[in-house]
Ligand binder design. Structure first.
Ligand code: CP
Length: 307
């Protein structure tokens, strides 16, 4: 039963619940008219203390397509946060007006804190470099729809594995499936946090290796998950400039990959996937964008008890 629950990180959902959300998203995708009214009278709040294009707009589009409404802010500068209001007071206030809250905040742990002060569901739409569980639902729905399931996959995570919250959430979620392997492709300064290898991969018996060169391993992959170097999380601009173009996926590298590879990216991209790759049938990142809205429709419908 998902009604009334918070979603702070992927582990808040069981494998069975993830399957239920993906199945519902697939049903909505096939017959959206059948779901066009299920959230009539319900209100989603989108509280974005950090910039976003896909996450905020897909949440708002999702609620509108379910027949509900939304309110909120895309920039905390227009809210009473600038007067010094605490996050807990903001959440208690917004929870008085709405039925579900999707919040993005630069502070790691902010969504968990918000959930302590809310009697309506809090959905973590990204908390600093920590977690981004609805991007993970998006990624899982995309993988399931194209690959038919989650078992027996070799997944390459490439780019900024240190600060990329989508990578942390996806690694945790995929580690619960059978015979999944990870190849972690990053510069040494941007390696995945130690807690993911020790507390997630090792505890789950997940096979993983670390690599620096994408071209050496791209041929082994079923899924390549490219990520942007997260400029906003760097303390030193020189380090960002030095590392930002560490990986650029282009048609030459795609020639080394399997015909069945899928390339994912949470977006926004900067330089890490050359535009020429967009025409390759293995490029799935714009399909992924669309799946994100359906995943969020299913999630909203479940958390609000509409379905
Ligand atoms: N994938 C993602 O979170 O994109 P936005 O930052 O545009 O929301």
């Amino acid at each position: 039963m998902l009604k009334g629950r918070h979603l702070i990180e992927p582990a808040d959902l069981s494998i069975k619940e993830i399957d239920e959300i993906c199945s519902l998203a697939e049903q909505i995708l096939v017959d959206p008219a059948a779901f066009a009214d299920v959230c009539r009278g319900k209100i989603l709040a989108t509280l974005f203390f950090e910039p976003s294009t896909r996450t905020r707009l897909s949440f708002e589009a999702a609620m509108l397509r379910l027949g509900g409404s939304y309110l909120g802010f895309a920039d905390a500068a227009g809210s009473s946060t600038t007067k010094g209001e605490s996050l807990s007071d903001t959440i208690r206030t917004v929870a008085s007006y709405t039925d579900v809250i999707a919040m993005r905040n630069p502070k790691e742990g902010a969504a968990l804190l918000a959930s302590k002060y809310s009697d309506i569901p809090i959905i973590n739409a990204g908390d600093g470099g920590h977690q981004h569980p609805t991007q993970t639902l998006t990624d899982l729905l995309t993988i399931r729809s194209i690959k038919g399931g989650f078992n027996d996959l070799t997944i390459g995570l490439c780019g900024d594995l240190k600060f990329g919250r989508t990578v942390h959430s996806l690694a945790k979620a995929m580690s619960r499936y059978q015979r999944v392997k990870f190849i972690l492709i990053s510069p040494s300064e941007l390696q995945i946090p130690e807690y993911i290898t020790s507390q997630v991969f090792k505890r789950s018996g997940i096979e993983y290796s670390t690599e620096e060169r994408l071209e050496d391993v791209i041929g082994d992959l079923d899924v390549l998950y490219m990520t942007r170097v997260q400029k906003e999380r760097f303390f030193n601009e020189q380090d960002y400039i030095r590392l930002k173009d560490s990986y650029i996926l282009d048609n030459e590298k795609m020639k080394l990959a399997k015909k069945s590879l899928i390339v994912l990216h949470p977006l926004p991209r900067v330089n890490e996937i050359a535009p020429e790759v967009d025409d390759d049938p293995r490029a799935a990142y714009f399909k992924q964008v669309k799946f994100g809205m359906y995943a969020r429709m299913a999630l909203i419908a479940k958390l609000t008890g509409a379905i």
